[in-house]
Design a binder for this molecule. Structure first.
Ligand code: MN
Ligand code: MN
Length: 386
């Protein structure tokens, strides 16, 4: 019978008896194995508050946008940020391709996710805009993990808000142009963000370059609209005929024709579904993973990067994490290319005049108002600023 009142000194010492009191080295954060500890991008520090970001002044900040209210076909991209964050077995010590140690050169932190609830499209976009605005306002380069592609509308708008409207260009990899006027009447669907960005003046059409378009959408009238905006695009057919290298060279030259900095938007469905099956609108006949990783390294190495997003990873349709790993590596290639710049003496952070994060009025949801659209200010909710 055990006696709970037995004095400590006379209890058996299991640590000593079993040899578990030996001295062992301890590991945490980025020194721990990939599968141990809290899930942040490549086990970087979690720094969620705007004030803390302002104080720390990181070079690059990972932001999650776990949002898929705007998909037109298979859902699941809301699970993308978590899947991408943990799709590594080694946190990225040394880039063999670029011969740089990315996290030695750069301070990279994970700012967590935008405040998302389900079935609230407009609210989700508002929260993504605010979160990216906070990050970009700190001068860090945001890398936004989606989420469906509609998140590029608020995310790139926030970056344009900080850097100056019309000053950024976009290099957009995708099977789809995403320049539709509307998806079944919805102006904020994931088939429309690029049109919204141009219409709103956040980005100029002539500074918009698309790569990898293929398949059976959109209709000719949409391409007419794109032409009228001065947009430039490279079909998958052109990559087949000229090779990815030549096409990426042209895309870089076009992207640098005017804008001060580039927002890189990577829809993972630009890859062939055989290499990236975990996505919502897969289109056969796409690019190779190695072509995209090389393209990211070369583009980030050559232009001034304002931000990057990686979208449309839908883990429920993935196999063996292959799509999530491609997305994780795309982010890591971007970080490594930025690390080379910093090592070579070029600034990575944006040190221009930044706007302060908006003092946005946020209405705290009443307890029990589970998943509801944020209500008008009512008696039972208290307005707070965030
Ligand atoms: Mn897209
Ligand atoms: Mn797409």
């Amino acid at each position: 019978m055990s006696d709970p009142l037995l004095p400590q000194a006379s209890r058996p010492d299991f640590a000593r008896a079993n040899g578990w009191d030996s001295p062992y080295p301890t590991f945490s954060g980025a020194s721990a194995p990939a599968y141990v500890g809290p899930v942040t991008f490549s086990q970087r520090d979690l720094v969620q508050e705007a004030e803390a970001l302002m104080h720390r002044r990181p070079d690059v900040v990972i932001v999650g946008a776990p949002f898929d209210d705007a998909v037109s076909h298979r859902p699941g991209a809301r699970f993308g940020p978590r899947a991408i964050r943990q799709a590594f077995y080694n946190h990225g010590e040394h880039s063999l391709q670029l011969d740089v140690m990315p996290f030695h050169e750069l301070d990279v932190v994970d700012a967590g996710d935008a405040d998302i609830v389900p079935a609230a499209l407009e609210r989700g976009h508002a929260m993504i805009f605010r979160k990216v605005l906070e990050v970009a306002s700190s001068g860090a380069i945001p890398i936004i993990l989606g989420g469906d592609h509609s998140i590029t509308w608020p995310a790139a708008s926030a970056v344009a808000q900080v850097r100056a409207p019309g000053s950024i260009g976009i290099v957009h990899f995708d099977a789809h142009a995403d320049t539709a006027d509307q998806d079944w009447g919805n102006l904020a669907g994931h088939g429309t963000p690029m049109r919204r960005l141009i219409e709103s003046g956040a980005v100029q059409g002539r500074n918009f370059v698309q790569v990898g378009l293929r398949g059976y959408w959109p209709a000719p009238d949409v391409f007419e609209w794109m032409r009228a905006q001065g947009m430039r695009w490279h079909l998958m057919r052109e990559i087949e005929e000229r090779g990815a290298e030549a096409v990426i060279d042209d895309a870089i030259a076009e992207a640098l024709d005017g804008p001060e900095s580039i927002y890189l938007s990577l829809d993972i469905d630009v890859l062939d579904p055989g290499m990236a099956p975990g996505t919502g609108t897969p289109e056969p006949g796409g690019m190779l993973t190695r072509e995209i990783l090389r393209a990211v390294r070369r583009i980030v190495g050559r232009v001034e990067l304002a931000a990057m997003d990686i979208v449309e990873v839908s883990p429920p349709y993935d196999h063996a994490e292959v799509t999530a790993m491609a997305a994780h590596r795309a982010a890591l290639e971007c970080i490594s290319a930025l690390a080379v710049k910093k090592r070579d003496g070029h600034p990575v952070r944006f040190e221009g005049t930044v706007v302060s994060p908006l003092p946005v009025e946020v209405v705290e949801a009443a307890e029990g108002a589970k998943g509801a659209e944020v209500p008008e200010v009512a008696e039972d909710v208290a307005p707070v600023s965030a």
